[in-house]
Design a protein around this ligand. Structure first.
Ligand SMILES: Cc1cc2nc3c(=O)[nH]c(=O)nc-3n(C[C@H](O)[C@H](O)[C@H](O)COP(=O)(O)O)c2cc1C
Length: 341
């Protein structure tokens, strides 16, 4: 998929996810086949004030490319300034968030609340596009509520302003995360604009991605909750699109534990150990949630408080699974690494 002057390796995008899409998450998404990854949504005010937490969240490295950043706000000149900063910092894409339904953001007239003010939205988007040469994209919802379903209007405004791709999560702001993502709306948006449209929402299995691409004619798929603890869903979707089915079997418990260990070590690159332990607890349960006999270990991982404790618990869990399954031989391991690479 091509967005503006940026050619992506494929049409699968890792969603910006507040509290989730940190560097470790993004590296694993890229490794398993995401064609573009995003830093979580940042409030434009926090970016311009160099807020400390925001600086940590913004941290990325070359191995993540192509990598995008996402801003929310409703002040055109602040947004333009933040875009210039993002360009100078080397991000490949800047996305404007018009999808966040959280009241804290909505009460400032930003995120999906801004969809109720198309003229204001147009000013923000125009300012962002004019400020930089890197591609500017917009991510939105279907509308504010069932009586304000204005995604095609916002899509056209964005296209006219020079935005190079749109992502739609086709639920309304009022819906939050209830009900289901109505991808008939994704198809409507695709028919209304000429720029690439990316579908976000409820892609949990490769078949979901294939169906949405076929039924809507959209250009790309963005994955959010479906890849939590399952970054290989990107690979599974790619294989299904290419070969009609998943070729590489999902990683077994030992590989998952190795990925979890690596995930934790990467978290330590930009979080202190207490925060890294808090974050990894959540990931840990996701990685092994469907592994038989993992319930007892999940409870133990949720109690780790230091790096040593984390590795001790993981060593123990790994030994238990090795006893159960046998240690994989080198040939098996290198075959897997080759496939994942
Ligand atoms: C915990 C959480 C955090 C999210 N954070 C963001 C965000 O920072 N920016 C954004 O555009 N969307 C955010 N979203 C929305 C997702 O990017 C995505 O559009 C939505 O979850 C639907 O896709 P899914 O069903 O694949 O998860 C968030 C969703 C969740 C559940």
């Amino acid at each position: 998929m091509r967005i503006g002057n940026l050619q992506l390796p494929n049409n699968l995008v890792a969603a910006p996810l507040a509290g989730i899409s940190n560097r470790a998450y993004r590296v694993l998404c890229r490794r398993y086949g995401a064609g573009l990854v995003f830093v979580e949504m940042l409030k434009v005010e926090s970016v311009l004030h160099h807020n400390r937490k925001t600086m940590t969240l913004k941290y990325y490295r070359e191995d993540e490319r192509p990598v995008g950043i996402q801003f929310c706000g409703n002040n055109p000149s602040w947004l333009a300034e933040a875009c210039r900063m993002a360009e100078a910092e080397g991000y490949d894409v800047v996305d404007f968030n018009m999808g966040c339904p959280v009241p804290k953001i909505g009460k400032c007239g930003a995120g999906s609340a801004l969809m109720a003010y198309p003229e204001r939205a147009a000013k923000c988007i125009e300012a962002m596009v004019k400020a930089v040469k890197i591609p500017v994209t917009v991510k939105m919802r279907a509308g504010v509520n069932d009586s304000c379903l204005n995604f095609t209007q916002i899509g056209r405004i964005a296209e006219d302003a020079g935005v190079v791709a749109l992502t739609i999560h086709p639920r309304t702001r009022a819906q939050m995360f209830t009900g289901s993502a109505d991808h008939a709306r994704t198809g409507e948006l695709k028919a209304a604009v000429r720029i690439p449209v990316i579908a976000s929402g409820d892609v949990k299995e490769p078949e979901d991605a294939v169906r949405i691409l076929r039924q809507t004619g959209c250009d790309g798929i963005m994955l959010g909750r479906g890849v939590w603890g399952r970054p290989w869903l990107f690979r599974e979707i790619s294989e299904t699109l290419r070969h009609g089915r998943v070729i590489t079997p999902p990683p077994g418990p030992l590989e998952r534990l190795a990925v979890l260990r690596e995930h934790f070590e990467m978290l330590l690159e930009n979080f202190d150990v207490t925060h890294a332990c808090n974050v990894v607890r959540r990931y840990a349960t996701w990685y092994v949630r469907d592994v038989e006999g993992s319930a007892q270990f999940r409870a133990r991982i949720t109690r780790v408080a230091t790096r040593d404790q984390f590795h001790e618990v993981l060593d123990e869990i790994t030994r238990a699974f090795e006893e159960q399954l046998g240690v994989p031989d080198d040939e098996q391991i290198s075959a897997r690494v080759a496939v994942a690479g």
